[in-house]
Design a protein around this ligand. Structure first.
Ligand code: NAD
Ligand code: UDP
Length: 320
């Protein structure tokens, strides 16, 4: 009998790629999503499979899944700043109540659970690159606090279930990940720049563009997450690509890649926007024998190719 895995946030960007990965690894996949930021078209190709089932459900409400469950991946949560600023209470609830429900389900089913934490637990970091030992620098009451604190609570309650109930838990601290199936209008910098390029608009760089990020292609990320789930390591592990770049240089890279004459325009920096972000992935290398393989150039080419295939209607819908 196949191993059964429950994936929350299955209709979202990362969740849908995880569904594909676990189907490919011969699992029975149970997807769950309330579609608040996700889209069924991301998993439409799976509905014909007998090894895939889907529950339209809000995980902040009691979660019930019939039958055995061997693994749970809790990925439900808005993930882009404009999403969690628009739905702050739901963001707090899915990280807290939702995580509590899924930990309870994991106990009932005797399942191993991996939760999707984030580099945002480090806030605007004072340590660079960020190691898992760094406690972070988060403004609890700032606009991003709803996401950051939900994820910090999520880590705490997960460790409490591990220590108090002996539950098998895994914590992935995911750094900026990109690829096909992101929403062009989700406000994150990669879909924003791609959408602007495809519409022939100027690229909007926030602040002076000297803030840094480190972008991981989705296939690399998913492989790291899979290895973490299958490992026996219960403490948080950074999963991301350590190749750091300023947002301004990244905008220039995009212009080079597209070969267009786009200009760069500067817009105000959002409050509490972290100045630098780069994962120290020594732990992932050592424990999971994992590191990203796909360069930014290759990843961006694949991502562009996906978005170029979108219809004109979808492209204009995504203007913001
Ligand atoms: P996404 O918005 O594409 O996917 C999130 C999915 O969760 C959506 O399909 C949404 O409808 C669903 N969802 C939200 N609230 C829900 C609820 N209450 N009940 C059921 N479903 C709900 O975002 P993503 O980029 O795929 O992120 C997925 C997870 O990974 C999130 O937990 C996010 O915090 C984490 N993460 C992502 C990144 C990244 O770079 N993409 C970085 C760090 C952490
Ligand atoms: N950003 C930008 N222009 C945009 C969208 C984002 O310059 O059109 C900047 C944003 O201010 C941040 C970086 O790009 O410094 C990454 O933003 P994103 O929302 O992708 O992720 P996060 O801030 O959560 O890392």
């Amino acid at each position: 009998m196949k191993k059964r895995v429950l994936i929350t946030g299955a209709a979202g960007f990362l969740g849908s790629h995880l569904c594909d990965k676990f189907i490919a690894e011969d699992f029975h996949v149970i997807g769950m999503d309330n579609l608040i930021t996700g889209d069924l078209k991301n998993i439409a190709h799976l509905f014909k499979l007998e090894t895939f089932e889907f529950y339209h459900h809000d995980v902040t409400k009691f979660v019930h899944v019939p039958g055995k469950v061997d693994y749970i991946l809790h990925f439900a949560s808005p993930a882009s700043p404009i999403d969690y600023l628009k739905i702050p209470i739901q963001t707090l609830k899915v990280g807290s109540l939702g995580t509590h429900n899924l930990l309870g389900l994991a106990r009932e089913k005797n399942a191993r659970i991996l939760i999707a934490s984030t580099s945002e637990v480090y806030g605007d970091p004072l340590v660079h690159p960020q190691t898992e030992e760094y406690f972070g620098n988060v403004n609890t009451i700032g606009p991003r606090g709803v996401y950051d604190e939900a994820k910090r609570f999520q880590e705490s309650i997960t460790m409490a279930y591990h220590r108090f109930h002996g539950l098998e838990t895994r914590i992935a601290r995911i750094f900026n990940t990109y690829g096909p199936r992101m929403r062009l209008n989700d406000g994150r910098v990669i879909p924003a720049f791609i959408g602007q390029s495809l519409r022939g608009e100027d690229l909007t760089v926030f602040g002076d563009g000297l803030q840094t990020r480190s972008f991981c292609y989705v296939d690399d990320e998913v492989e790291g997450l899979y290895r973490l789930l299958m490992s026996d390591y219960p403490l948080p592990v950074n999963i991301g690509n350590p190749e750091e770049i300023t947002i301004l240089d990244f905008a220039k890279e995009i212009i080079k890649l597209t070969g267009t004459q786009q200009k760069i325009v500067f817009k105000p920096l959002p409050q509490d926007d972290p100045m630098q972000r780069e994962p120290d992935i020594s732990k992932a290398k050592k424990i999971l024998d994992w590191q990203p393989k796909i360069s930014r150039e290759e990843g961006m080419r694949k991502t562009f190719a996906y978005f170029k295939n979108l219809s004109k209607e979808e492209l204009t819908k995504s203007e913001h």
